[in-house]
Write a protein that binds this ligand. Structure first.
Ligand code: GLA
Length: 376
């Protein structure tokens, strides 16, 4: 059966996300400032009248797989794990799933730091919640996505990507407190500037392992700080001044990792105030500081990303730029004057190709709403 040519009852759009600032802070219980964008995965779902057999087709990979709801287990195909992981997590909470067909088609570039993974996880959870009336809240859908990534994919991610994909509101960013999960929608009015993503089109596949190592290094730091300050449970509870007391006690690498995180936490709050007061220069300066920290202290950048961020500094029309997302490749996020956008993209593409022999892809990101049903 060609799943693509069938008729479907339910269509869901699940978006990728950007993050203005607050990188690698989510799993340290800090703050982030993300929003969904106008790049998405479109899912079509229908019940297929079988008790347990599910069929999924990816138009992008032009491949399908089937599984039995009674025997869900991790696959050797990593992309299938994003889906199977969600099924596994839903089955812990509900017995109401039965056989379904699903077709998905994405315009989110994979490995670009825009979190196609969260879009995939949350789109599946959101769609099945609708199709089978599971009664899951949006927050539960977010948490199902995150747990799928931990338990089936193996990345011990924070909650930012899934939260942004599901909860975003058009024209706003979300100031999310990753400790309490309290959040505030902040209008993103940056006229005459635009948000431009430059995709390096490299994805150094160290990424997942290195991500988990960063998380562990932060936890190692907390364990030592806690000996003196028992109330400290995460780097959220540590100020830059407090951390300075531990320069001698912490391994140099661990100290650098922690130092980046505790300063980034302060920067997010400063940046959101600047955004509210329309002090866009400060927003941009903080983005550059974040990049510096991610590159030198947290060490999740790479030559391609550093090159693009450095290049952006040549132009007064670009007020801020940095690596976005987990790092080791993917996109830089740039705040660029609208009249300079086209020229910036053309010039960056040219120098990038000359330097790395790789084609840059670039696009404007529009802050958009979260996962939703498409009305036909
Ligand atoms: C990835 C993870 C997020 C977050 C970012 C870095 O996108 O999925 O949870 O940690 O990296 O900020």
């Amino acid at each position: 059966m060609n799943l693509q040519n069938e008729i479907y009852d339910l269509i869901i759009d699940s978006p990728g996300r950007i993050n203005i600032i607050g990188e690698h802070t989510d799993y340290n219980n800090g703050f982030v400032l993300p929003t969904a964008i106008d790049k998405k995965i479109r899912f079509k779902f229908r019940k297929n009248n079988s008790l347990n057999i599910c069929n999924v087709h990816s138009a992008n990979f032009n491949t399908s797989f089937s599984f039995d709801l009674k025997a869900v287990k991790p696959s050797t195909q990593q992309w299938e794990n994003y889906i199977l992981g969600v099924i596994h997590e839903i089955q812990i909470l509900s017995n109401n799933l039965s056989g379904f067909d699903c077709v998905l088609d994405s315009d989110i570039p994979v490995g670009s730091g825009i979190s196609s993974s969260a879009a995939l996880e949350c789109g599946v959870a959101f769609g099945l919640n609708e199709l089978f009336n599971l009664g899951l809240s949006k927050l539960t859908i977010v948490e199902i996505g995150q747990r799928a990534e931990h338990n089936y994919v193996g990345t011990k991610c924070g909650i930012m990507d899934q939260f942004a994909s599901v909860m975003s509101k058009e024209g706003h960013v979300i100031l999310l407190d990753c400790q309490s999960l309290d959040f505030e929608y902040v209008p993103i009015k940056i006229e005459p500037y635009k948000i431009v993503l430059l995709n390096t089109n490299v994805s150094h596949n160290l990424a997942s392992g290195e991500y988990n190592i960063r998380r562990k290094q932060c936890e190692d730091g907390v364990r030592i700080i806690k000996k003196k300050y028992p109330k400290v449970n995460s780097l959220r509870d540590v100020s830059p001044e407090m951390l300075a007391e531990f320069k001698m006690d912490l391994d140099a690498l661990v100290f650098n990792r922690c130092s980046y995180v505790v300063n980034e936490k302060v920067r997010v709050l400063e940046t959101v105030e600047a955004l509210k007061k329309n002090k866009l220069d400060l927003v941009g300066q903080n983005m550059y500081k974040t990049h510096e920290g991610l590159s030198k202290l947290y060490e999740v950048s790479c030559p391609e990303l550093d090159f693009l961020v450095d290049y952006s500094k040549k132009f007064i029309e670009v007020i801020g730029a940095r690596v976005m997302g987990g790092g080791f490749g993917g996109c830089t996020i740039n705040i660029v004057h609208k009249d300079f956008m086209e020229q910036f993209i053309n010039r960056a593409s040219k120098v990038y190709f000359e330097k790395f022999n790789i084609k840059l892809t670039a696009f404007e990101a529009m802050p958009s709403g979260g996962t939703s049903i498409v009305n036909q």
